[in-house]
Design a protein around this ligand. Structure first.
Ligand code: SAM
Length: 282
């Protein structure tokens, strides 16, 4: 609420005097494509199903397109991670109840989110960091749900089934940690400035059984090894790394040495990395 005349003046100055904010031009280096459609913003926030008192963390709030819809749902704690200092300060001046973490979301210590707090995480992610960020979040954050807007092509890779060209290390890793849904697509026209690509809104729920640290470490190493040479046969890849008894090892797991990495389901990759754990990558 803007009680005093002073507060009102301060608020108007911050927002350009006409109720519309005057911001610096969008920074391409920070992937700033701002969502300019309130219905889509509401739909994204709706898909996180925020109940009053839920703890929410938003990545890259920017000019607040999602932020105001989140606040309408009366979250408990509401934390935002924003790298652009000007935008972060304008946002917290407008919404003082928000907890700002100014800086790079890629450097955020996801393990520090308390599991019992049931954090819900949301963001219209900058395209250039979406894949590594989602990689870290699904494996390190004890989240209760997450909704992210990403480039459609990344969304397709995130939920790709084994056997196709979109299936890769990111698909296996994310599907080993979370159930992934593509909720809806978003056209470039609803952003300012417009990106060149279509976007997709994705939802994530962690799987009931999470990988322990050693298994996850071995899986990451196995994926790196296999998908760096995705056109080669698995037997050849393992032998090229000096793995003793590669063919027998694969056959013992029900994998043919002539299979290529993209044909293995996430569970088979986990089984393979468990076996390789002692010989490679751990
Ligand atoms: N949420 C706003 C919206 O929907 O209009 C802005 C989305 S814009 C695609 C991405 C936002 O992430 C920008 O505000 C940008 O400054 C911020 N950002 C970019 N890189 C970041 C990083 N490494 N860590 C945190 N925020 C970042």
């Amino acid at each position: 609420m803007l009680g005093s005349r002073y507060e009102k003046k301060k608020h108007m100055a911050l927002n350009g005097g006409e109720g519309r904010a005057q911001y610096k031009p969008a920074k391409r280096s920070l992937g700033q494509n701002f969502l300019a459609d309130a219905n889509i913003a509401r739909k994204i926030v709706d898909s996180l199903d925020i109940q009053p008192g839920d703890n929410v963390l938003e990545i890259g709030p920017g000019r607040g397109a999602l932020t105001r819809h989140i606040l309408n749902r009366r979250p408990g704690r509401f934390m935002v991670l924003e790298k652009d200092d000007d935008l972060a300060q304008a946002l917290t001046a407008q919404y003082p109840s928000i907890e700002l973490v100014a800086g790079d979301a890629l450097a955020f210590p996801w393990q520090t989110l308390e599991p019992e707090a049931g954090w819900k995480i949301v963001g219209n992610l900058p395209y250039n960091i979406a894949s590594p960020l989602i990689w870290d979040i699904v494996s390190q954050a004890a989240l209760s749900a997450a909704v992210f807007m990403v480039q459609l092509e990344v969304g397709q890779r995130l939920k790709a089934p084994h056997g196709g060209k979109d299936y890769g290390a990111l698909s296996v890793w994310v599907q080993s940690h979370a159930r992934v849904e593509l909720l809806f697509k978003v056209p470039p026209q609803v952003f300012h400035p417009q990106p060149k690509v279509t976007s997709a809104v994705m939802r994530f729920f962690l799987l009931p059984r999470q990988l322990d640290q050693d298994t996850a470490k071995a899986l990451a190493a196995t994926l790196r090894m296999c998908f760096q040479q995705r056109r080669k046969q698995l037997g050849t890849i393992l032998k090229s790394k000096g793995i003793v008894g590669a063919e027998e090892l694969l056959q013992g797991l029900g994998i043919q040495p002539a299979q290529r990495p993209e044909t293995l389901e996430p569970e088979r990759f986990q089984a393979l990395s468990n076996r390789l754990g002692n010989q490679f990558g751990s």
